[in-house]
Ligand binder design. Structure first.
Ligand code: NI
Length: 465
């Protein structure tokens, strides 16, 4: 969806792309946001899926809480406005990127929300800042003095006109406060206004970043606006370029840094033995290491379907997973519903996650599409066995340890693939009881590939038949 920003003609007068605005000097600290965490909640219902993620920022808890609160409001609206649909499921999908991280000062993020309703999708974004010094949270509209939005709009319109677009001033006035939803700054102090899809320009132009010269913007800023601008001058976070395409010949041997006791014993023949595979989706996250501890002490292997965007946050956890003998699965880069994407977009979602997993020193051997939604294109581009499940614990819905234990134990049969999510603490707490309960019933725990025997790329599996 970001590619919409990259569309369009080369422009001289206006600095329409954030990357092309990045001025030289003052090298960013690449580790500035290394300590930031990411939280997420997933409504794992393929007829009306929701994926929300928000940041956890050291010393600025209010920032993540503000973004989370906005997303919960969007989710309530979304669930009220649309009804579940099998053929064209409405989808809400939110991700975020770090914008600025001044030690002891201003931290900021851009929250991007994609909403699909029936025929077309819309991408909106919002910038949110928190000042660690005061605990205050600011939206874009807090950065510009009351009553001055029109002046920003006229400056944006002038900048677009200088680039060859026709934008009447009257139209700019109409946009008003909406133009202030997503405001950032260049290091040189220009105010960058993200003009949303369909605002001022045709919808087909996508979203646009338009820089307003510092001399024009400065008199319109509030104190908060000046604090944020100063933070960007020294502590802007470089937005990483797209992950490069995967190495055509990646080194398949993992190079773990931590010695890890293996959970996998001799290979089990599931044609003879009653096997069950436990699977964990959407991680790694903050509870995953504890889950690995539990699985190590129980000597139980599992299969993890990882999101690429989380792998890059927790590469050591992924290396540990692989070293312990757990199976790694690709669960796409950021959990979009693939059936709405074309072949190239589907391929990007899968390849980008594969690259992240390879960079962490592991290799994905199975694939699971988000929400279990896949089509012939998905199966073809996955390049791996497509693994669904036959036991859905609904742990994402109940968020309850007892309910998850009960669902797993009552649902599992010989050959079952059990779906859980290691991003939820009650699920991780349920795992020791699930492992013990399944073994009491005579099941042997194995990875998905062990369960299936010799699974084939492009074939779809829900259990061992
Ligand atoms: Ni998932």
């Amino acid at each position: 969806m970001i590619t919409g920003l990259l569309r369009g003609v080369a422009l001289v007068a206006a600095c329409l792309l954030l990357t092309s605005c990045a001025p030289a000097g003052g090298a960013p600290s690449p580790t500035a946001t290394a300590a930031w965490g990411s939280e997420r909640s997933v409504r794992n219902d393929p007829t009306q899926p929701v994926f929300l993620s928000w940041p956890v920022v050291p010393d600025a808890a209010a920032l993540g809480e503000a973004v989370h609160a906005d997303l919960l409001a969007r989710e309530s609206e979304f669930l009220a406005d649309y009804v579940p649909n099998d053929l064209a499921p409405p989808e809400l999908h939110a991700t975020w990127v770090a914008l600025v991280d001044a030690p002891g000062g201003v931290a900021g993020v851009r929250s991007e929300v994609y909403e699909f309703a029936g025929a077309s999708g819309a991408l909106t974004s919002e910038s949110v800042y928190a000042d660690r010094a005061t605990g205050r949270v600011w939206r874009g509209s807090d950065l510009v003095a009351a009553g001055r939005a029109g002046e920003i709009a006229r400056a944006v319109a002038a900048s677009l006109r200088a680039s060859g677009y026709e934008v009447p001033d009257a139209e700019a006035e109409d946009v008003g406060e909406r133009l202030l939803a997503d405001l950032t700054f260049t290091r040189a102090g220009e105010l960058v206004v993200r003009v949303g899809e369909g605002e001022l320009l045709a919808f087909s132009e996508g979203a646009r970043d338009v820089a307003v010269p510092a001399a024009t913007a400065d008199p319109l800023l509030t104190d908060a606006g000046r604090r944020v601008r100063e933070a960007f001058a020294a502590f802007a976070v470089e937005i990483p370029a797209e992950t490069p395409p995967p190495d055509p010949d990646p080194d398949p041997s993992p190079t773990p840094t931590v010695p890890e006791p293996s959970v996998s014993g001799d290979r089990v023949d599931c044609a003879r033995v009653a096997c069950v595979a436990l699977t964990f989706d959407d991680g790694p996250g903050q509870h995953t290491e504890r889950l690995l501890d539990e699985l190590a002490s129980a000597q139980a292997p599992a299969t993890f379907f990882l999101l690429g965007q989380n792998v890059v946050r927790h590469p050591r956890v992924v290396a540990r997973m692989a070293a312990a003998g757990h199976e790694i699965g690709n669960h796409t880069w950021d959990h979009k519903q693939l059936t709405k994407l074309g072949v190239e977009a589907q391929r990007r979602e899968i390849d980008r996650a594969a690259t992240a997993i390879a960079d962490a020193g592991a290799r994905a051997t199975v694939f699971r599409p988000p929400y279990g939604s896949h089509n012939a294109t998905t199966d073809a581009v996955a390049g791996l066995p497509v693994v669904l499940w036959d036991v859905d614990t609904l742990d994402w819905k109940t968020r309850d340890t007892d309910a998850t234990v009960k669902a797993a134990l009552s649902g599992a049969k010989r050959g079952s693939i059990v779906l859980m999510h290691d991003i939820h603490e009650p699920t991780v707490a349920a795992v020791p009881r699930i492992v013990a309960g399944l073994r009491e019933r005579g099941f042997t725990l194995v990875t998905v590939s062990e369960l299936l025997g010799d699974p084939q790329a492009g074939k779809v599996y829900t259990r061992r038949s």
